[in-house]
Design a protein around this ligand. Structure first.
Ligand code: SF4
Length: 471
C-alpha cells in the first residue's frame, strides 16, 4: 500500500536549486521509504525501512518517521549538516523522552531508540533523558486542582536587534503602560474569579515579557497586591518575575518584588561582552548587570536566573565562553542558554546578515562548551525547548542548581497542568488531567488591540465547559 505517493518538490533560492523526491509504501507489515535529494550538482538517494513498530510511543506517525530518516541521511550527505536532534522536529523534545520513561523504558533503551530510530546525537539523547527524569518527579507530585498563572508585560526600554517578540519600545507606545497595567489587573481578577469558582489553587506565577521590570515601583506593587489578594495561594510553590534588562532594575523595585512575595527573578545580560551588548541594541553593560545582581542579593533573592544567547552577532566562541564563565562566577542559581533564533520580524533577519547553516557549527560549539562547563559546576539541565529558525537547528536549555529549578518553566513547557494567562499576547492553556486534551484561549496579540477591546480577559464559558468535560 502506498503511504506517500511518489512526489517531487522543487525549491530555489539565490544560491541553489534543489529537488526532493519522496515515496513510501507498506508491504508485508513493513514500511519502506525512498528519498532522493538533489542540490545544484550534489545528489543523494536513501532508503529507510522499519520493522520495530513496538518501539514507538502511541501517536507517533511511523511512516513520517521512516521518511524522515531517509531524508536526514540524504541531507547529511548533500549539505554536510546533520541536525543534532535527528528527525525530531517538535518544540518539546523532552516530552518524547518522558513518554518512554512512563512506559518503562530504561535510560539505555531510550538512548538506543533516539540514536537509531530518530537519528539523534547521543549527547542530546542523554540530556533529554536527564531532563525527563527530573520532570517526572514534578509530574507525579502535582495535584489535579492546581494551575499556574502567566502575566504578560510586553514592553521594553529598547528593541534588541534579534528580537522577534511583540514588545513595545518607542516612547509613544511606552506611554500606554499605565492604562495597560490597569487593564491587566482587571484581567487577573477575572482569572481569579473563574479559578475560585472551579476550586483551583495557584501553584506558580510567572510575570514575563518583554521586560516586566519596566513597570514603576508603584505599578509593580499594584500588580503583586492584586495577585496576592485574589487567589487561593495555599499551594503556591513559586513566584517568578522577569527583571530582564538590568537598565530597568532599581533597588526600590527589587524591594517591592521581594516584599510582594516574589521568590525568583530573572536578570538577563545575554552576554558579558559590552561591545556585543552595544551591537545588539541593549542599553546596559555587564557591570550594570553585576551591580543589579548584588542589589538583588542585598534584598534577599536566593533564586536568580540569567539568560545567555549563543550566536549573537559579533560574539566569538571565546567571548561566549568567557560570558558563561563570568555568569557562573557571579553565582546565579539558574543559567538559561538560548541559541540565537532569527524570525522574520527581527531587525537582524531583515538585515540579511546571517547564514544559518554556517553559523550553526559555531553555535553548536558554544552549546557544547556550556553543557560541559555547567555540568562541571553542578548545574543540571531541567527544561529544554526548540524554536523554528534557530541557528543550527539547536535548542534552548535551562540549567539549575539542585532544587532551584523554575517549576513554571517545566509545567508550561511540558504541559503538565493548566496555565491561565493575562495580558496582551497571552495564551491560556487548559490541560486535562491525563494531558491528552489541551485547549488554547488567545488574548489580543498587540497591546493597542488589547486596550482597544471593550472587555478583554478569559472566556469564562470556554473554561467552565473544559473543566466540566475533563475534570
Ligand atoms: S528584552 Fe527581550 S523582549 Fe525586549 S526587545 Fe530584547 S529580546 Fe525583545
Amino acid at each position: 500500500m502506498l503511504l506517500y505517493r511518489p512526489c517531487e518538490i522543487f525549491g530555489k533560492n539565490d544560491t541553489s536549486v534543489s529537488t526532493l523526491f519522496v515515496r513510501a509504501e507498506e508491504k508485508d507489515g513493513k514500511i519502506t521509504a525512498f528519498v532522493r535529494l538533489c542540490d545544484n550538482d550534489k545528489e543523494c538517494e536513501s532508503e529507510s525501512r522499519d520493522d520495530e513498530y513496538e518501539r514507538y510511543p502511541d501517536g507517533i506517525n511511523i511512516a513520517k518517521t521512516v521518511v524522515g530518516r531517509a531524508f536526514c541521511s540524504c541531507a547529511e550527505s548533500v549539505y554536510g549538516f546533520k541536525s543534532p536532534f535527528g528527525i525530531i522536529t517538535g518544540i518539546r523534545p523532552a516530552k518524547l523522552a518522558l513518554s518512554y520513561l512512563e512506559r518503562g523504558f530504561s535510560r539505555e533503551e531510550i538512548r538506543d531508540i533516539f540514536a537509531n530510530c530518530y537519528m539523534m546525537d547521543t549527547d542530546k539523547a542523554d540530556v533529554l533523558t536527564d531532563i525527563a527524569q527530573r520532570e517526572r518527579s514534578l509530574l507525579h507530585s502535582l495535584e489535579r486542582d492546581t494551575f499556574s498563572l502567566y502575566i504578560s508585560v510586553p514592553f521594553c526600554p529598547t528593541r534588541c536587534s534579534y528580537c522577534s517578540f511583540v514588545s513595545y519600545s518607542t516612547d509613544r507606545l511606552l506611554s500606554m503602560i499605565p492604562q495597560y497595567t490597569e487593564r491587566l489587573i482587571a484581567d487577573i481578577k477575572r482569572v481569579s474569579q473563574v479559578t475560585r469558582e472551579l476550586g483551583l489553587s495557584l501553584y506558580s506565577v510567572y510575570v514575563g515579557g518583554g521586560t516586566p521590570s519596566i513597570l514603576s515601583e508603584e505599578q509593580i506593587k499594584q500588580l503583586l497586591d492584586c495577585v496576592n489578594g485574589s487567589f487561593d495561594t495555599s499551594k503556591m510553590r513559586e513566584f517568578t518575575f522577569e527583571a530582564g534588562r538590568p537598565d530597568t532594575v532599581t533597588y526600590e523595585k527589587l524591594r517591592a518584588l521581594r516584599d510582594g512575595g516574589v521568590g525568583r527573578i530573572s536578570l538577563n545580560t545575554q552576554t558579558a561582552n559590552d561591545e556585543v551588548l552595544r551591537v545588539v541594541g541593549r542599553r546596559h553593560t555587564f557591570a550594570d548587570y553585576l551591580e543589579r545582581l548584588s542589589m538583588a542579593r542585598d534584598v534577599g533573592f536566593d533564586s536568580i536566573n540569567t539568560d545567555l544567547i549563543a550566536g549573537l552577532p559579533t560574539e566569538s566562541l571565546e567571548s561566549f565562553c568567557e560570558s558563561l564563565d563570568k555568569v557562573i562566577d557571579a553565582g546565579v542559581e539558574n543559567v538559561t542558554v538560548h541559541s540565537l533564533t532569527l524570525k522574520k520580524s527581527s531587525d537582524l533577519k531583515t538585515a540579511g546578515e546571517f547564514d544559518l547553516l554556517r553559523e550553526g557549527i559555531r553555535v553548536r560549539n558554544m552549546l557544547d562548551y556550556a553543557g560541559k562547563k555547567l555540568k562541571d559546576e553542578k548545574y543540571l539541565p531541567y527544561y529544554i525547548y526548540r524554536q523554528k529558525n534557530t541557528v543550527g537547528n539547536l535548542e534552548n536549555t535551562g540549567y539549575a542548581r539542585e532544587n532551584k529549578e523554575c517549576l513554571y518553566n517545566i509545567l508550561m513547557m511540558e504541559e503538565f497542568h493548566s496555565v491561565f494567562s493575562a495580558g496582551a499576547g497571552a495564551v491560556s492553556k487548559l490541560v486535562s488531567p491525563d494531558r491528552q486534551t489541551i485547549d488554547r484561549l488567545f488574548e489580543q496579540k498587540y497591546p493597542y488591540e488589547y486596550l482597544a477591546k471593550e472587555e478583554s480577559g478569559l472566556d469564562f464559558d470556554a473554561v467552565r465547559c473544559f473543566y466540566r468535560e475533563h475534570f
